[in-house]
Design a binder for this molecule. Structure first.
Ligand code: GLC
Ligand code: MG
Length: 471
């Protein structure tokens, strides 16, 4: 059995559009697969979804707003990364990443479903075929050129090293021969001109995606379109999965571009974007006409926007974008405050448990104009779901995240929206209830006091005050 050798690095993103009546359930691994997806987006993380050279994460935030406004309800977001679950979770703490429907980790050797990350044990079982980790570690130990990666990156079906580029080809050749002689069926992937992964032959990002697509097909839930997104060698396999659209982001590495030139040059469904990372993904969605490709973050003034969008998820994204801009003083103070969209008798249950009439919150918000001017303050929403509960009423549920410097706080938020009342062609916010997401409450809850006077005095003393009037 000849081991497969893949040089380069590959990263991926999958999106799928789902039927309208879909309900998110995450208790079993099949529940995610039960959903009918229209589109699927499979994306690599490092230097594809996440631009480590963009400290403001603007591309990612643009993507997030677009995804939550237009795709979350009926599409499937898949992250496919070389990272182990341990360092994947670290990245999630550092960057404003959305929650994917499926996470494929450790270079396609671990597949997990939903937010609670339920493992696909069938996949791991399948990877056991002709795989023997001990033999791999025994044989690789014979190569002094191979420096083992950290313990976290050594996984049941992945043994990883660093090796210098000039030594890599030779090591790969000899190691392949030795593993073949020992009867193993393996795949060696060289990525980022530095990392060497030894995997079972049936593993890898491409194989993991093909496995998922096959599962969807058997269940009659095949996504209408799949877009794969990557930047490096271990992503190359994704672009060979039949019938997918693909985007190599502008900053893709030579190893991936070279693979493309040699293997997929004439495939019109693969593009090399002119934009970096997540901006390149947005570009590809437009290029292949897969759906809306204008991020709400790219719309400066919704009042002037000619296309009226009547969509409850978009409403949530738009409101928090306005709120961020309000506090950053990116919208003028004399600009219409959003009090029009709040039901005057509505209530707001703050995550501290305090209940306030909504009008009070609007007064507080008015005072917060510009309190985050010139800072890195950002808001994004994740997992926005919308349930129509009456002829003109929607129950919205989402995570709202605020980041400011080193601090990050998240609330599970439920909102009742109504489409009649005051706003023509728009929504009225009837009621809002927030609870802290586990471990994300601020240490000092006194800054969350709703007393306007007290707030004003805290505000004048402390420039680090955050979220005091937060919705
Ligand atoms: C990620 C993983 C590493 C792997 C590399 C290339 O950086 O952490 O273990 O070698 O991707 O696939
Ligand atoms: Mg990458």
């Amino acid at each position: 059995m000849k081991p497969e050798v893949v040089c380069g690095l590959l990263t991926s993103l999958t999106t799928a559009r789902l039927g309208q009546d879909f309900v998110v359930e995450e208790t079993t691994s099949t529940s995610v697969l039960d959903l009918l997806r229209e589109e699927e987006e499979v994306s690599d993380l490092d230097f594809t979804m996440v631009d480590h050279l963009d400290p403001d994460n603007l591309g990612l935030l643009r993507f997030n707003a677009m995804w939550e406004a237009y795709y979350r309800q009926d599409s499937l977001l898949v992250f496919s990364t070389g990272r182990s679950p341990t360092i994947y979770k670290e990245l999630r703490k550092e960057k404003p990443l959305l929650t994917p429907d499926i996470s494929i980790m450790s270079v396609g050797t671990e597949i997990m479903y939903g937010e609670s990350m339920i493992r696909d044990e069938d996949w791991e079982q399948y990877l056991n075929q002709n795989w023997n980790r001990e033999i791999v570690t025994e044989e690789t130990a014979q190569f002094p050129e191979l420096n083992p990666q950290s313990e976290t990156e050594q996984r049941p079906h992945k043994v990883s090293f660093f090796v210098e580029k000039i030594k890599a080809l030779k090591v790969i050749r000899f190691l392949s021969e030795r593993l073949e002689k020992r009867g193993l069926d393996v795949k060696l992937i060289y990525s980022n001109e530095t990392a060497l992964d030894v995997l079972p032959k049936g593993a890898g990002k491409g194989q993991a995606l093909a496995y998922l697509l096959e599962k969807f097909k058997v269940d009659g839930k095949m996504p209408v379109n799949t877009l794969v997104c990557g930047d490096s060698g271990n992503d190359a396999e994704l672009f060979s999965v039949p019938e997918v659209y693909g985007v190599m982001v502008s900053n893709a590495q030579e190893e991936l571009l070279q693979w493309h030139a040699e293997n997929a040059k004439n495939n019109p469904n693969i593009i090399h974007a002119t934009e970096r990372c997540a901006a390149g993904i947005i570009q590809a969605i437009g290029n292949f006409s897969l759906g809306p490709n204008v991020s709400p973050r790219d719309i400066g003034d919704f009042q002037k926007c000619k296309v009226k969008i009547f969509n409850s998820c978009h409403e949530v994204v738009k409101f928090y974008l306005f709120y961020e801009r309000w506090r950053r003083a990116e919208v003028a103070k004399n600009m219409q405050t959003p009090n029009l969209i709040f039901f005057p008798l509505g209530t707001f249950v703050h995550p501290s448990g305090v209940e306030q009439p909504v009008n009070h919150c609007i007064d507080v918000m008015a005072r917060l104009h510009g309190d985050k001017q010139g800072t890195d303050y950002r808001i994004w929403v994740d997992r926005v779901s919308s349930e129509q509960v009456g002829s003109d009423t929607w129950l919205m549920k989402f995570y709202k995240w605020e980041a400011f410097g080193e601090e990050r706080h998240g609330c599970l938020t439920t909102v009742l929206l109504s489409s009649k009342a005051k706003v023509p062609d728009g929504f009225t916010w009837m009621h809002m209830h927030q609870t802290w997401l586990e471990g994300s409450e601020p240490k000092d809850q006194t800054t969350w006091i709703w007393d306007g006077e007290k707030l004003a005095s805290i505000h004048s003393k402390s420039t680090t005050l955050h979220n005091s009037g937060g919705f």
